[in-house]
Design a binder for this molecule. Sequence first.
Ligand code: BJ8
Length: 425
Amino acid sequence: MSENYRTMWKGLGLDLNAHDMLLDVLGKGYTDIYLAQGNRPAGMGYFDFVMSEVHGLRIKELLDEKAAGRKIVGSYCVFVPEEIVLAANATLVGLCSGAEFATEAVEKLLPRNTCALIKSSFGFKLGKVCPYLECADMIVGENTCDGKKKSYEIFKDLVSRLYIMDLPQMKTSGGKELLKSEYYRFKDEMQDLTGVTIDKDRLKQSIDLVNAKRKAIHRLAELRKFNPAPVSGLDALLANQVFFYDNPARFTESVNKLCDELEIRVKEKTGVFSKSTPRILISGCPIAVPNWKLPWLIETSGAVIVGEESCVGERGTRNLTDTGGKTVDAFMDAIVDRYFDIDCAVFTPNPDRLQHIMEMKEAYNADGVIHYGLQFCQPYAIESGRVEKALQAKKIPVLCVETDYSQADAGQLKTRVEAFIEMLK
Ligand code: BJ8
Protein backbone atom coordinates (compact mmCIF):
# COMPACT_ATOMS: atom_id res chain seq x y z
CA MET A 1 0.00 0.00 0.00
CA SER A 2 1.33 3.41 -0.87
CA GLU A 3 2.37 6.02 1.67
CA ASN A 4 -0.48 8.20 0.39
CA TYR A 5 -2.99 5.66 1.62
CA ARG A 6 -1.36 5.57 5.02
CA THR A 7 -1.66 9.34 5.24
CA MET A 8 -5.30 9.04 4.16
CA TRP A 9 -6.06 6.40 6.81
CA LYS A 10 -4.30 8.43 9.47
CA GLY A 11 -6.36 11.44 8.47
CA LEU A 12 -9.50 9.35 8.98
CA GLY A 13 -8.37 8.48 12.48
CA LEU A 14 -7.68 4.79 11.86
CA ASP A 15 -5.43 2.84 14.18
CA LEU A 16 -2.72 2.08 11.63
CA ASN A 17 -1.27 -0.94 13.41
CA ALA A 18 -4.64 -2.57 13.95
CA HIS A 19 -5.62 -1.69 10.39
CA ASP A 20 -2.44 -3.29 9.02
CA MET A 21 -3.38 -6.43 10.91
CA LEU A 22 -6.87 -6.43 9.41
CA LEU A 23 -5.55 -5.92 5.88
CA ASP A 24 -3.06 -8.74 6.38
CA VAL A 25 -5.78 -11.15 7.44
CA LEU A 26 -8.07 -9.98 4.66
CA GLY A 27 -5.32 -10.28 2.03
CA LYS A 28 -4.33 -13.73 3.18
CA GLY A 29 -7.92 -14.93 3.35
CA TYR A 30 -8.61 -13.59 -0.13
CA THR A 31 -5.53 -15.28 -1.59
CA ASP A 32 -6.29 -18.62 0.06
CA ILE A 33 -10.00 -18.61 -0.71
CA TYR A 34 -10.49 -16.60 -3.90
CA LEU A 35 -7.25 -16.63 -5.83
CA ALA A 36 -6.77 -20.34 -5.13
CA GLN A 37 -9.90 -21.20 -7.16
CA GLY A 38 -9.40 -22.76 -10.58
CA ASN A 39 -10.99 -21.83 -13.89
CA ARG A 40 -12.16 -18.36 -12.86
CA PRO A 41 -13.67 -16.06 -15.48
CA ALA A 42 -11.35 -13.23 -16.57
CA GLY A 43 -14.12 -10.80 -15.60
CA MET A 44 -13.47 -11.59 -11.95
CA GLY A 45 -10.22 -9.65 -12.37
CA TYR A 46 -12.21 -6.48 -11.79
CA PHE A 47 -13.52 -7.78 -8.46
CA ASP A 48 -10.04 -8.93 -7.44
CA PHE A 49 -8.88 -5.38 -8.14
CA VAL A 50 -11.78 -3.93 -6.12
CA MET A 51 -10.90 -6.15 -3.20
CA SER A 52 -7.21 -5.30 -3.40
CA GLU A 53 -8.17 -1.61 -3.26
CA VAL A 54 -11.10 -1.95 -0.89
CA HIS A 55 -9.54 0.31 1.73
CA GLY A 56 -7.45 2.23 -0.79
CA LEU A 57 -8.76 3.51 -4.09
CA ARG A 58 -12.45 3.26 -3.21
CA ILE A 59 -11.89 5.26 -0.03
CA LYS A 60 -9.93 7.85 -1.99
CA GLU A 61 -12.87 8.08 -4.41
CA LEU A 62 -15.27 8.62 -1.53
CA LEU A 63 -13.03 11.29 0.00
CA ASP A 64 -12.82 12.99 -3.41
CA GLU A 65 -16.61 12.93 -3.57
CA LYS A 66 -16.75 14.51 -0.13
CA ALA A 67 -14.26 17.18 -1.18
CA ALA A 68 -16.60 17.95 -4.07
CA GLY A 69 -19.49 18.45 -1.64
CA ARG A 70 -21.14 15.02 -1.75
CA LYS A 71 -22.17 13.25 1.44
CA ILE A 72 -21.49 9.63 2.33
CA VAL A 73 -24.10 7.54 4.14
CA GLY A 74 -23.36 4.16 5.77
CA SER A 75 -25.93 1.45 6.30
CA TYR A 76 -26.26 -2.02 7.83
CA CYS A 77 -29.45 -3.18 6.16
CA VAL A 78 -31.01 -3.62 2.73
CA PHE A 79 -34.09 -1.73 3.93
CA VAL A 80 -32.19 1.56 3.61
CA PRO A 81 -33.27 2.74 0.15
CA GLU A 82 -30.27 3.65 -1.99
CA GLU A 83 -32.60 5.44 -4.42
CA ILE A 84 -33.38 8.13 -1.84
CA VAL A 85 -29.74 8.52 -0.82
CA LEU A 86 -28.59 8.95 -4.42
CA ALA A 87 -31.43 11.34 -5.22
CA ALA A 88 -30.14 13.62 -2.47
CA ASN A 89 -26.71 13.65 -4.14
CA ALA A 90 -25.17 11.33 -1.57
CA THR A 91 -23.48 7.94 -1.83
CA LEU A 92 -24.62 4.89 0.11
CA VAL A 93 -22.08 2.37 1.35
CA GLY A 94 -22.91 -0.91 3.03
CA LEU A 95 -20.90 -1.36 6.20
CA CYS A 96 -19.86 -4.96 5.88
CA SER A 97 -19.50 -6.35 9.46
CA GLY A 98 -18.18 -9.72 8.39
CA ALA A 99 -15.13 -10.18 10.65
CA GLU A 100 -14.32 -10.37 14.34
CA PHE A 101 -12.42 -7.39 15.67
CA ALA A 102 -11.69 -5.88 19.07
CA THR A 103 -13.90 -8.54 20.66
CA GLU A 104 -12.77 -7.79 24.20
CA ALA A 105 -13.72 -4.12 23.90
CA VAL A 106 -17.01 -5.05 22.20
CA GLU A 107 -17.98 -7.42 25.00
CA LYS A 108 -17.63 -4.60 27.49
CA LEU A 109 -20.51 -2.89 25.70
CA LEU A 110 -22.59 -5.79 24.42
CA PRO A 111 -23.54 -9.16 25.90
CA ARG A 112 -21.32 -12.00 24.74
CA ASN A 113 -24.31 -13.76 23.27
CA THR A 114 -24.89 -11.09 20.62
CA CYS A 115 -24.68 -12.17 16.97
CA ALA A 116 -21.33 -11.88 15.22
CA LEU A 117 -22.64 -9.32 12.74
CA ILE A 118 -23.58 -6.81 15.41
CA LYS A 119 -20.40 -7.46 17.36
CA SER A 120 -18.40 -6.93 14.19
CA SER A 121 -20.02 -3.56 13.51
CA PHE A 122 -18.99 -2.45 17.01
CA GLY A 123 -15.54 -4.03 16.68
CA PHE A 124 -14.76 -2.13 13.49
CA LYS A 125 -15.69 1.12 15.19
CA LEU A 126 -13.97 0.47 18.52
CA GLY A 127 -10.87 -0.95 16.81
CA LYS A 128 -10.76 2.07 14.43
CA VAL A 129 -10.18 -0.11 11.39
CA CYS A 130 -13.01 0.73 8.99
CA PRO A 131 -12.38 3.68 6.66
CA TYR A 132 -15.96 3.48 5.34
CA LEU A 133 -17.35 4.02 8.80
CA GLU A 134 -14.94 6.86 9.44
CA CYS A 135 -15.66 8.71 6.22
CA ALA A 136 -19.45 8.45 6.52
CA ASP A 137 -21.27 11.72 7.26
CA MET A 138 -24.25 9.82 8.59
CA ILE A 139 -24.92 6.22 9.57
CA VAL A 140 -28.39 4.75 9.30
CA GLY A 141 -29.44 2.19 11.86
CA GLU A 142 -32.75 0.35 11.49
CA ASN A 143 -35.18 -1.20 13.88
CA THR A 144 -35.07 -4.75 12.57
CA CYS A 145 -34.06 -7.44 15.06
CA ASP A 146 -33.88 -6.69 18.78
CA GLY A 147 -30.10 -7.07 18.76
CA LYS A 148 -29.60 -4.33 16.21
CA LYS A 149 -32.34 -2.11 17.56
CA LYS A 150 -30.99 -2.09 21.11
CA SER A 151 -27.32 -1.98 20.17
CA TYR A 152 -27.87 1.21 18.17
CA GLU A 153 -28.75 2.89 21.47
CA ILE A 154 -25.13 2.30 22.46
CA PHE A 155 -23.69 2.82 18.99
CA LYS A 156 -25.19 6.32 18.97
CA ASP A 157 -22.51 7.46 21.41
CA LEU A 158 -19.71 6.07 19.26
CA VAL A 159 -20.47 7.85 15.97
CA SER A 160 -21.17 11.46 15.12
CA ARG A 161 -24.53 11.17 13.35
CA LEU A 162 -26.63 8.07 13.72
CA TYR A 163 -30.07 8.18 12.21
CA ILE A 164 -32.56 5.55 13.30
CA MET A 165 -35.12 4.31 10.82
CA ASP A 166 -38.14 2.54 12.27
CA LEU A 167 -39.36 -0.48 10.33
CA PRO A 168 -42.57 -2.51 10.41
CA GLN A 169 -42.70 -6.03 11.82
CA MET A 170 -45.80 -7.17 9.99
CA LYS A 171 -46.83 -7.18 6.34
CA THR A 172 -50.10 -5.43 7.01
CA SER A 173 -51.52 -2.21 5.58
CA GLY A 174 -50.49 -0.54 8.85
CA GLY A 175 -46.99 -1.94 8.38
CA LYS A 176 -46.81 -0.51 4.91
CA GLU A 177 -48.00 2.89 6.12
CA LEU A 178 -45.24 2.87 8.71
CA LEU A 179 -42.62 2.07 6.06
CA LYS A 180 -44.00 4.85 3.88
CA SER A 181 -43.90 7.45 6.62
CA GLU A 182 -40.40 6.36 7.60
CA TYR A 183 -39.17 6.65 4.00
CA TYR A 184 -40.62 10.18 3.80
CA ARG A 185 -38.93 11.04 7.10
CA PHE A 186 -35.69 9.62 5.71
CA LYS A 187 -36.10 11.71 2.57
CA ASP A 188 -36.36 14.82 4.75
CA GLU A 189 -33.30 13.78 6.71
CA MET A 190 -31.32 13.25 3.51
CA GLN A 191 -32.38 16.66 2.23
CA ASP A 192 -31.28 18.13 5.54
CA LEU A 193 -27.92 16.36 5.32
CA THR A 194 -27.11 17.42 1.77
CA GLY A 195 -29.14 20.58 1.26
CA VAL A 196 -30.44 19.06 -1.98
CA THR A 197 -34.15 18.96 -2.71
CA ILE A 198 -35.24 15.57 -3.97
CA ASP A 199 -37.40 16.16 -7.02
CA LYS A 200 -38.96 13.72 -9.45
CA ASP A 201 -36.12 13.88 -11.96
CA ARG A 202 -33.53 13.13 -9.30
CA LEU A 203 -35.61 10.24 -8.02
CA LYS A 204 -36.16 8.83 -11.50
CA GLN A 205 -32.45 9.01 -12.24
CA SER A 206 -31.47 7.29 -9.02
CA ILE A 207 -34.10 4.58 -9.43
CA ASP A 208 -32.73 3.86 -12.91
CA LEU A 209 -29.19 3.68 -11.56
CA VAL A 210 -30.05 1.23 -8.78
CA ASN A 211 -32.34 -0.83 -11.02
CA ALA A 212 -29.51 -1.18 -13.56
CA LYS A 213 -27.28 -2.55 -10.82
CA ARG A 214 -29.97 -5.03 -9.79
CA LYS A 215 -30.64 -6.06 -13.39
CA ALA A 216 -26.96 -6.87 -13.86
CA ILE A 217 -27.08 -9.05 -10.74
CA HIS A 218 -30.27 -10.70 -12.03
CA ARG A 219 -28.45 -11.49 -15.26
CA LEU A 220 -25.64 -13.08 -13.28
CA ALA A 221 -28.19 -15.08 -11.28
CA GLU A 222 -29.86 -16.33 -14.48
CA LEU A 223 -26.53 -17.63 -15.75
CA ARG A 224 -25.97 -19.56 -12.55
CA LYS A 225 -29.03 -21.65 -13.37
CA PHE A 226 -27.09 -23.49 -16.07
CA ASN A 227 -25.32 -26.77 -15.53
CA PRO A 228 -22.32 -26.84 -15.45
CA ALA A 229 -22.30 -23.63 -13.41
CA PRO A 230 -20.28 -21.02 -15.35
CA VAL A 231 -19.09 -19.29 -12.19
CA SER A 232 -18.36 -20.42 -8.66
CA GLY A 233 -20.67 -19.50 -5.81
CA LEU A 234 -17.75 -17.76 -4.10
CA ASP A 235 -17.21 -15.48 -7.09
CA ALA A 236 -20.92 -14.76 -7.51
CA LEU A 237 -21.11 -14.00 -3.78
CA LEU A 238 -18.25 -11.56 -4.15
CA ALA A 239 -20.15 -9.67 -6.86
CA ASN A 240 -23.15 -9.54 -4.52
CA GLN A 241 -20.94 -8.22 -1.72
CA VAL A 242 -19.26 -5.57 -3.87
CA PHE A 243 -22.78 -4.43 -4.88
CA PHE A 244 -22.94 -2.60 -1.54
CA TYR A 245 -19.99 -0.27 -1.82
CA ASP A 246 -18.75 0.10 -5.37
CA ASN A 247 -19.57 2.99 -7.66
CA PRO A 248 -23.01 1.94 -8.99
CA ALA A 249 -22.47 2.62 -12.72
CA ARG A 250 -19.03 1.01 -12.77
CA PHE A 251 -20.33 -1.98 -10.83
CA THR A 252 -23.16 -2.49 -13.34
CA GLU A 253 -20.77 -2.33 -16.26
CA SER A 254 -18.36 -4.81 -14.63
CA VAL A 255 -21.06 -7.34 -13.78
CA ASN A 256 -22.46 -7.11 -17.31
CA LYS A 257 -19.00 -7.66 -18.74
CA LEU A 258 -18.61 -10.72 -16.52
CA CYS A 259 -22.00 -11.95 -17.76
CA ASP A 260 -20.95 -11.55 -21.42
CA GLU A 261 -18.10 -13.90 -20.68
CA LEU A 262 -20.31 -16.33 -18.75
CA GLU A 263 -22.78 -16.44 -21.65
CA ILE A 264 -19.99 -17.74 -23.86
CA ARG A 265 -19.16 -20.36 -21.23
CA VAL A 266 -22.78 -21.41 -21.13
CA LYS A 267 -22.91 -21.68 -24.95
CA GLU A 268 -19.75 -23.74 -24.94
CA LYS A 269 -21.04 -25.76 -21.98
CA THR A 270 -17.94 -25.07 -19.94
CA GLY A 271 -18.19 -24.52 -16.24
CA VAL A 272 -16.12 -24.11 -13.10
CA PHE A 273 -17.02 -27.56 -11.87
CA SER A 274 -18.18 -30.69 -13.69
CA LYS A 275 -21.81 -31.23 -14.59
CA SER A 276 -22.28 -33.87 -11.93
CA THR A 277 -21.26 -31.52 -9.09
CA PRO A 278 -24.04 -31.25 -6.47
CA ARG A 279 -25.73 -27.85 -6.56
CA ILE A 280 -26.42 -26.02 -3.30
CA LEU A 281 -28.74 -23.17 -2.43
CA ILE A 282 -27.67 -21.18 0.64
CA SER A 283 -30.44 -19.61 2.68
CA GLY A 284 -30.38 -17.49 5.81
CA CYS A 285 -28.41 -14.65 7.38
CA PRO A 286 -26.46 -12.17 5.27
CA ILE A 287 -22.90 -13.21 4.34
CA ALA A 288 -20.88 -10.01 4.71
CA VAL A 289 -17.27 -9.44 3.57
CA PRO A 290 -14.96 -11.18 4.53
CA ASN A 291 -17.06 -13.95 6.04
CA TRP A 292 -16.41 -16.53 3.33
CA LYS A 293 -16.00 -19.50 5.68
CA LEU A 294 -19.13 -21.49 4.87
CA PRO A 295 -19.18 -20.92 1.08
CA TRP A 296 -15.51 -21.83 0.96
CA LEU A 297 -16.11 -25.02 2.96
CA ILE A 298 -18.96 -25.97 0.63
CA GLU A 299 -17.06 -25.37 -2.58
CA THR A 300 -13.92 -27.11 -1.39
CA SER A 301 -15.99 -30.13 -0.36
CA GLY A 302 -17.19 -31.03 -3.84
CA ALA A 303 -20.31 -28.88 -4.36
CA VAL A 304 -21.14 -25.64 -6.11
CA ILE A 305 -23.32 -22.88 -4.68
CA VAL A 306 -25.84 -21.74 -7.29
CA GLY A 307 -27.85 -19.17 -5.34
CA GLU A 308 -28.13 -17.23 -2.09
CA GLU A 309 -31.49 -16.67 -0.44
CA SER A 310 -29.93 -13.90 1.60
CA CYS A 311 -29.75 -10.13 1.87
CA VAL A 312 -26.32 -10.40 0.29
CA GLY A 313 -27.99 -12.16 -2.59
CA GLU A 314 -31.46 -12.52 -3.97
CA ARG A 315 -33.47 -11.34 -0.94
CA GLY A 316 -31.63 -8.04 -1.19
CA THR A 317 -31.68 -7.55 -4.94
CA ARG A 318 -34.55 -9.49 -6.45
CA ASN A 319 -37.19 -6.82 -7.09
CA LEU A 320 -36.89 -3.70 -9.20
CA THR A 321 -38.41 -0.33 -8.33
CA ASP A 322 -41.14 0.69 -10.75
CA THR A 323 -40.14 3.65 -12.90
CA GLY A 324 -43.52 4.47 -14.39
CA GLY A 325 -44.32 7.34 -11.97
CA LYS A 326 -44.61 10.99 -12.89
CA THR A 327 -44.44 12.64 -9.48
CA VAL A 328 -42.26 12.49 -6.37
CA ASP A 329 -45.10 10.78 -4.50
CA ALA A 330 -45.53 8.17 -7.21
CA PHE A 331 -41.82 7.35 -7.12
CA MET A 332 -41.88 7.22 -3.33
CA ASP A 333 -44.82 4.80 -3.51
CA ALA A 334 -42.87 2.64 -5.94
CA ILE A 335 -39.91 2.60 -3.56
CA VAL A 336 -42.16 1.61 -0.64
CA ASP A 337 -43.75 -1.16 -2.74
CA ARG A 338 -40.37 -2.53 -3.72
CA TYR A 339 -38.86 -2.63 -0.23
CA PHE A 340 -41.99 -3.82 1.53
CA ASP A 341 -41.61 -7.12 -0.35
CA ILE A 342 -38.27 -7.95 1.31
CA ASP A 343 -38.93 -11.11 3.30
CA CYS A 344 -36.52 -10.66 6.20
CA ALA A 345 -37.03 -12.99 9.16
CA VAL A 346 -37.74 -10.02 11.44
CA PHE A 347 -41.26 -9.99 9.95
CA THR A 348 -43.96 -12.02 11.57
CA PRO A 349 -45.38 -14.14 10.12
CA ASN A 350 -43.01 -14.46 7.16
CA PRO A 351 -44.46 -17.06 4.76
CA ASP A 352 -43.07 -15.38 1.64
CA ARG A 353 -39.55 -16.35 2.55
CA LEU A 354 -40.45 -20.02 2.70
CA GLN A 355 -42.13 -19.72 -0.66
CA HIS A 356 -39.12 -17.95 -2.10
CA ILE A 357 -36.73 -20.66 -0.89
CA MET A 358 -38.85 -23.28 -2.67
CA GLU A 359 -38.96 -21.21 -5.84
CA MET A 360 -35.22 -20.65 -5.80
CA LYS A 361 -34.54 -24.33 -5.22
CA GLU A 362 -36.49 -25.13 -8.39
CA ALA A 363 -35.24 -22.23 -10.49
CA TYR A 364 -31.58 -22.87 -9.78
CA ASN A 365 -31.86 -26.67 -9.99
CA ALA A 366 -30.41 -26.99 -6.54
CA ASP A 367 -29.96 -30.51 -5.20
CA GLY A 368 -30.06 -29.36 -1.60
CA VAL A 369 -30.35 -26.36 0.69
CA ILE A 370 -27.93 -25.30 3.41
CA HIS A 371 -29.58 -23.00 5.92
CA TYR A 372 -27.00 -20.68 7.38
CA GLY A 373 -27.66 -19.02 10.70
CA LEU A 374 -25.37 -16.81 12.70
CA GLN A 375 -25.11 -17.94 16.29
CA PHE A 376 -27.45 -15.91 18.56
CA CYS A 377 -29.53 -14.68 15.63
CA GLN A 378 -33.01 -15.51 16.84
CA PRO A 379 -35.09 -14.51 13.79
CA TYR A 380 -33.23 -16.82 11.41
CA ALA A 381 -32.64 -19.57 13.99
CA ILE A 382 -36.34 -19.75 14.74
CA GLU A 383 -37.29 -19.70 11.07
CA SER A 384 -34.74 -22.42 10.30
CA GLY A 385 -36.97 -25.04 11.95
CA ARG A 386 -39.87 -24.18 9.68
CA VAL A 387 -37.64 -24.05 6.62
CA GLU A 388 -36.19 -27.45 7.48
CA LYS A 389 -39.61 -29.01 7.97
CA ALA A 390 -41.05 -27.56 4.76
CA LEU A 391 -38.10 -28.74 2.72
CA GLN A 392 -38.12 -32.20 4.28
CA ALA A 393 -41.83 -32.50 3.54
CA LYS A 394 -40.98 -32.04 -0.12
CA LYS A 395 -38.08 -34.48 0.19
CA ILE A 396 -35.55 -31.73 -0.48
CA PRO A 397 -32.28 -32.41 1.34
CA VAL A 398 -31.51 -29.72 3.87
CA LEU A 399 -28.72 -29.02 6.32
CA CYS A 400 -29.07 -26.33 9.00
CA VAL A 401 -25.84 -24.90 10.33
CA GLU A 402 -25.19 -22.25 12.92
CA THR A 403 -21.82 -20.60 13.08
CA ASP A 404 -19.98 -17.36 13.80
CA TYR A 405 -16.95 -15.55 12.40
CA SER A 406 -14.30 -17.57 14.20
CA GLN A 407 -12.42 -20.46 12.65
CA ALA A 408 -12.90 -22.59 15.78
CA ASP A 409 -15.71 -24.68 14.27
CA ALA A 410 -14.29 -24.90 10.73
CA GLY A 411 -13.23 -28.56 11.10
CA GLN A 412 -16.52 -29.66 12.55
CA LEU A 413 -18.48 -27.68 9.97
CA LYS A 414 -16.48 -29.19 7.15
CA THR A 415 -17.27 -32.69 8.36
CA ARG A 416 -21.01 -31.92 8.39
CA VAL A 417 -20.92 -30.20 5.00
CA GLU A 418 -18.93 -33.03 3.45
CA ALA A 419 -21.35 -35.63 4.79
CA PHE A 420 -24.28 -33.64 3.38
CA ILE A 421 -22.67 -33.31 -0.03
CA GLU A 422 -21.76 -36.99 -0.04
CA MET A 423 -25.42 -37.78 0.61
CA LEU A 424 -26.45 -35.58 -2.33
CA LYS A 425 -24.15 -37.50 -4.63
S1 BJ8 B 1 -33.30 -7.12 5.90
S2 BJ8 B 1 -31.57 -9.91 7.28
S3 BJ8 B 1 -29.89 -6.91 6.36
S4 BJ8 B 1 -32.10 -7.01 9.19
S5 BJ8 B 1 -27.84 -11.81 11.86
S6 BJ8 B 1 -28.18 -8.48 13.01
S7 BJ8 B 1 -31.11 -10.37 12.00
S8 BJ8 B 1 -29.36 -11.13 15.01
S9 BJ8 B 1 -28.84 -8.85 9.52
FE1 BJ8 B 1 -30.50 -8.17 8.20
FE2 BJ8 B 1 -31.80 -6.12 7.18
FE3 BJ8 B 1 -33.10 -8.36 7.77
FE4 BJ8 B 1 -31.47 -8.30 5.72
FE5 BJ8 B 1 -30.07 -9.41 13.77
FE6 BJ8 B 1 -29.79 -11.89 12.93
FE7 BJ8 B 1 -27.67 -10.52 13.69
FE8 BJ8 B 1 -29.00 -9.87 11.45
